[in-house]
Design a protein. Structure first.
Length: 750
């Protein structure tokens, strides 16, 4: 990206000014704060090259950064890195656009306007960190004492581990994260089939890649994209199924525009073919799986799923289903990749689909074999609780606001549900939540975003830890400005391609902007005030992030200190890949048949289940959504570089659909579902099936404080219904899929 190196201080100043001018909340202190001049970053010598790990997406590619006079100028890939393989995608390269975003939250602030809503000026006033931390700790303790720990809602990822110590010390059962909209199904289904979620993909040694909606190259996800290219160079065949002909389809040898939500039928039919024709890896099944034990049940279970039946549901010709099943089984090693939401959270039938895909990989005999799925060889980095053991945590009792206690496997997974949260907060237990704290989450990731926002607006005291003033920040009673990954320190493990243990350092590429602080620091400072016994060492001194990082690198055998690791940049323990002969399940075998599912009343083998919503006269189109290559979810739309490349979204329809609806390219239309409506310009393209409409995710920001992103495009999530735990249990959904794409819509001329 050529323009980033030209980002001068003068331009930053202009941007800061322009940003302030367009803030629509009048001449409040709030707007003045946002007009504040950027502070020059400081503290580093003239030109430095520093190693760090990208923090935009979970590929966390290793990067080398050029910093001049304390200002980040340029980033490039780190050659030794197993993930990025020396490359960065556009989002990683746009790092300066995040760290120097003039709209960033700059100081702790507290609300003065009790009314909450998109268009309400929160009336924030600047306070000191001490005031903010004292206030938050005092309100938290008051809430626990008066209403019980279950009145506290924590919306947060489970990291860093020192932050989880703070959350565990609260004792609330209501820590939720986004995982039912992403990888909870993987965690639960893979957990029982493979013994853990299996995210290692040795794609570059595969000879056959059979991908259902696995759209990673079109996401420009480096860790997956270059191995596909390399495999193809070596003659690997790549078959891709998706209702939208994305960039991934361009890499494929064969592409099938499958009907949304029907992949399960095709995979079940392929399994039937492979089983009945005995095309599977006989030795592998015999030695490493529970196939011998459950052979009869397994064969009987798949028998009804004929390719002809699957063709009718999916529009994939039966002859191709049979041919591809035979080819896949005959070409080893083969892989049927799957990454998180890619059909792991989109539809009501995500759980049986993930189970069926796991079986397809097992039948090929390529689990933990070169060219297949593999168990990541991870470094042994101790947790903060292992290094500095805490006193016992309080039990997590009381009301589960998302209803996860009703679902045995969701409860066991320790995650939580976005898709049932609003039901709990607005209908089942209104008024229960008295204190909320969130970090780096936005209602735009939740289904039925409008309702999700309404639910969050009911929290009487809401603390928002954020980098950018997104929509959820507008609800904040206290704002705590967070540092970006560009300004943070950490040990970043190569997980997706962990063929051997490898860790890249994350270190500040310049001083933290303004008064932003890291989540680890905030956890300790809040901990000192609210739960001091958990944040003291045996000698009575306080825990510190510096000491925690030092101990981690030392005990993992990486370096003598974190400072030394910063000099090293990357640490690898190269070792040969020794295929496993035992697996981390209860009996050390891979579980095609999952007895624990049967024990709890769920299907032990993947059975056909339709998606939640099918087209009707009222809503004749499938809604499908896609994540653009050049954006991260809903967090990068305000990055000036990425905004320049893709400032807004659209609704894509097929040319014949456009003709039928009598709409022209660029014309604004209404897209309606049973829960919401959006307006977007039409993009006409044969890349999409005639019965589908496609909306790229991440746009439709309503926070006026995001100068570039505000008002651009519309939210796909406004069209997607949320759900209840009763609905999830009624369909016997073992993984509790968030159904984040499961909607049907109609399109109307405006
Ligand atoms: N650039 C970028 N990359 C990312 C991310 C990001 O934010 N930005 N986020 C990362 C994260 S957290 C995740 S979970 C992944 C998600 O990655 P994906 O799940 O791949 O994301 P989507 O683009 O939402 O969905 C992929 C494609 O599935 C297709 N699809 C929809 N319905 C069906 C169906 O029924 N069958 C089939 N076969 N295909 C269907 C759609 O055409 C869509 O293009 O991406 C990761 N990579
Ligand atoms: N409608 C719809 N909903 C979805 C999806 C979808 O495709 N469509 N995808 C689902 C999936 S797979 C996932 S993983 C979730 C993701 O859901 P989220 O994690 O909520 O989404 P993000 O956009 O990654 O991050 C949310 C907020 O983090 C803040 N942020 C800004 N910069 C950064 C940064 O550099 N790092 C971090 N960590 N945060 C930053 C931003 O203010 C942003 O609003 O969404 C899910 N929800
Ligand atoms: S794929 Fe791109 S955004 Fe993701 S970690 Fe790598 S460089 Fe960063
Ligand atoms: Mo995700």
């Amino acid at each position: 990206m050529a323009s980033q190196s030209k980002l001068s201080r003068r331009q930053f100043m202009e941007l800061a000014g322009a940003g302030a001018a367009t803030v629509a909340f009048g001449d409040t202190l709030f707007s003045k704060l946002f007009a504040a001049q950027l502070q020059p970053a400081h503290g580093l010598s003239p030109t430095q090259t520093l190693v760090t790990a990208c923090g935009i997406c979970d590929s966390v590619c290793g990067m080398r950064a050029t910093v001049v006079d304390g200002v980040l100028k340029f980033v490039e890939g780190l050659p030794e890195d197993l993930h990025g393989n020396g490359t960065l995608c556009g989002k990683g390269k746009a790092a300066p656009g995040l760290v120097y975003d003039p709209d960033r939250l700059k100081y702790p602030m507290k609300r003065t306007n009790p009314k909450k809503g998109w268009n309400e000026d929160p009336g924030w006033v600047r306070i000191t960190w001490n005031e903010a931390l004292d206030l938050v700790a005092q309100k938290l303790l008051e809430t626990i004492q008066k209403y019980g720990a279950d009145s506290v809602l924590v919306l947060s990822r489970p990291s860093p581990d020192i932050w989880m110590r703070f959350v565990n010390a609260i004792g609330t059962p209501n820590r939720l994260d986004h995982q039912d909209t992403c990888y909870q199904v993987h965690k639960i289904v893979h957990g029982k089939v493979f013994g853990t979620r299996l995210w290692g993909h040795d794609l570059n040694n595969s000879r056959y890649i059979l991908a259902f909606g696995w759209d990673m190259p079109a996401k420009s996800k480096n860790v997956y994209t270059w191995p596909v290219a390399e495999a193809k160079r070596k003659g690997c065949k790549f078959v891709f199924f998706s209702p939208y002909r994305s960039a991934t389809a361009n890499l494929a040898d064969e592409y099938f525009p499958i009907r949304p939500g029907s992949d399960l039928a095709v995979v079940l039919a392929m399994i039937k073919v492979i089983l009945e024709e005995e095309l599977y890896d006989r030795d592998f099944l015999q030695n490493y799986t529970n196939f011998p034990q459950y052979r009869q049940q397994i064969l009987a279970h798949f028998a009804p799923y004929t390719p002809q039946w699957a063709q009718e549901l999916s529009d994939v010709p039966a002859a191709d289903i049979v041919r591809i099943a035979r080819e896949f089984a005959a070409t080893r090693p083969g892989i049927a990749p799957s990454h998180k939401k890619s059909l792991g959270a989109n539809y009501a039938n995500a759980s049986p689909l993930q189970h069926a895909l796991a079986i397809l990989n097992i039948l090929n005999g390529s689990v933990d074999r070169p060219g297949g799925l593999f168990y990541q060889r991870l470094p042994n980095i101790p947790s903060v609780d292992a290094i500095f053991p805490p006193p016992p945590y309080p039990p997590k009792n009381g009301v589960y606001i998302d209803g996860k206690d009703m679902h045995p496997f969701v409860k066991e997974s320790g995650q939580g549900m976005w898709s049932t949260l609003a039901d709990g907060m607005l209908r089942k237990y209104p008024g229960k939540i008295k204190f909320g704290i969130t970090n780096l989450y936005n209602h735009m990731s939740m289904p039925n975003c409008k309702e999700a926002f309404e639910a969050l607006a009911t929290i009487p005291f809401f603390v928002v830890m954020e980098i950018l003033p997104n929509e959820v920040t507008l609800l904040a009673d206290v704002v705590l400005p967070l540092t970006t990954w560009v300004e943070g320190s950490d040990l970043v493990v190569r997980a997706y391609r962990g063929l051997y243990p490898q860790v890249v350092v994350r270190q500040p590429l310049g001083a933290a902007q303004y008064e932003a602080k890291g989540l680890g620091w905030i956890a300790i400072e809040l901990g000192k005030r609210a739960f001091p016994e958990y944040f003291k060492k045996p000698d009575g001194s306080w825990l510190s992030m510096g000491e925690i990082l030092d101990e981690k690198v030392k005990r993992a055998g990486i370096a003598q200190s974190f400072a030394q690791f910063k000099q090293m940049g990357i640490w690898s323990k190269v070792q040969p890949f020794v295929p496993r002969t035992e697996f981390p399940t209860s009996d050390k075998k891979l579980h095609i048949y999952v007895p624990e599912f049967a024990d709890k009343g769920f299907d032990p083998l993947p059975a056909w289940m339709p998606k939640r919503e099918e087209p009707s006269a009222e809503y004749p189109f499938y809604l499908i959504t896609t994540i653009p290559a050049i954006h991260r979810r809903n967090s990068t739309q305000n990055n000036r570089f990425l905004h320049e490349i893709m400032p807004t979204n659209y609704v894509m329809i097929h040319p014949r659909t456009a003709q039928q609806l009598r709409v022209a390219e660029g014309e604004t239309v209404k897209v309606k579902s049973r829960v919401g409506e959006v307006r977007l310009p039409v993009k006409i393209s044969p890349q999409i099936r005639e019965d589908c409409v496609l909306i790229p995710h991440g746009f439709g920001h309503q926070s006026r404080l995001l100068t570039l992103a505000y008002g651009k495009g519309a939210r796909d999530g406004d069209l997607v219904p949320a759900q209840t735990m009763e609905e999830i249990l009624a369909r016997r959904d073992v993984g509790g899929s968030g159904c984040i794409m499961d909607a049907v819509v109609r399109v109307e001329k405006v």
